[in-house]
Design a protein around this ligand. Structure first.
Ligand code: CA
Length: 340
């Protein structure tokens, strides 16, 4: 794919203009009910002179709400006169998925965070990915993509970065991760496999900006605690970048613990289809061989449940929320302590 092809999406805002602007990125979409219409992806730009650019994204998965609320609040509370540089807010990145309250787009079933670097002539979701990768990421010094567990998972509130082979980049991302100050932080292995990374953070590696992510909570809801962590973290990232003055930094006591999420032995999948009974709690420390849970068969209540165990020691970072479970669903994942 040629990277010189232009996105067909059109931004109503001028990224070089000082002050506060809001509007839409227009994704033209000709359908039965709207022949010449566009999909309106909301965007807010705050700029004051020269300086670094922060790009904050939420709604990459439409059913992850903590970041969407945090960016709604930031869009109104941040005063362009207070900043030095530029802040770009994209609160509902996969707008059709966000409006539907779904992880994926109801238009094309696209998972935006598996669609990078995108395609300017592809599906709606691929066109959004292409615009973010080729039009927004090159403007940014740092991107924060706010995720959570969505409808099916719940996380201990964490901020995260990818382990990068570039030690300078990794050190800068680690400093930003610590500045965010979530109670827990985790470092991901950087994808499984050697192919292109189709996430937004993979796009950031290709286009240059530092990338910090979050897994703030989940269960398809917003908790006051998770929202507080998100808002404090975003504010502190702006201070860390020098976009806001040092006096606006909010004191943090995290990350209390930095963990690493590695390969297959960190993940527990449902061994059968039935009703999931977890026997450990989120945030608990577990040992290899410890009972993790059971799958029950209420349609055959005299049948014994299938038990399953953790494959390694670790901290329970994430667990599945819905009880009804299909074989292959992710039920837990762990993190193991690291010195980063
Ligand atoms: Ca997510």
């Amino acid at each position: 794919m040629s990277e010189t092809r232009r996105s067909r999406l059109v931004a109503e805002v001028d990224f070089n203009k000082d002050g506060r602007q809001h509007g839409f990125i227009r994704l033209f979409h000709s359908v039965h009910s709207s022949a010449y219409g566009f999909i309106p992806i909301p965007i807010v730009v705050l700029k004051n002179g020269d300086g670094p650019t922060a790009l904050f994204v939420s709604g990459n998965h439409g059913d992850e709400y903590e970041g969407q609320v945090a960016l709604c609040n930031l869009a109104k509370s941040l005063d362009p006169a207070q900043i030095k540089g530029r802040v770009i807010l994209l609160p509902m990145a996969n707008f059709p998925a966000g409006m539907a309250g779904r992880r994926t787009s109801p238009i094309d079933e696209g998972n935006l965070n598996r669609s990078f670097p995108g395609n300017p002539d592809g599906t709606v979701t691929q066109q959004i990915a292409y615009f973010i990768e080729h039009e927004l990421l090159p403007l940014a010094d740092l991107v924060c993509d706010l995720h959570s567990g969505g409808s099916s998972l719940m996380y201990v509130p964490t901020a995260l970065i990818k382990r990068s082979p570039d030690q300078t980049r990794f050190a800068k991302q680690l400093a930003a991760l610590r500045a965010f100050g979530a109670p827990h932080a985790y470092i991901t292995g950087g994808g499984n496999g050697t192919g292109a990374d189709h996430t937004l953070s993979g796009g950031a590696e290709r286009q240059g900006p530092l990338a910090v992510g979050t897994e703030l909570g989940g269960s398809g809801t917003v908790t006051p605690a998770a929202l507080r962590i998100a808002e404090r973290g975003l504010r502190n990232l702006l201070v860390h970048l020098g976009i806001l003055p040092e006096v606006m930094r909010i004191p943090v006591d995290g990350p209390g613990r930095v963990v690493e999420v590695g390969g297959a032995d960190y993940f527990i999948y449902a061994p059968d289809s039935g009703v999931f009974e977890p026997v450990v709690e989120l945030g608990e420390d577990v040992k290899a061989g410890q009972l993790a849970g059971r799958v029950h068969f209420p349609e055959t209540p005299w049948a014994p449940p299938v038990e399953f165990r953790f494959a390694r020691d670790g901290l329970v970072l994430c667990k599945r929320i819905p009880g009804r479970t299909m074989r292959g669903d992710c039920l837990f994942h762990l993190g193991s302590d690291t010195t980063a």
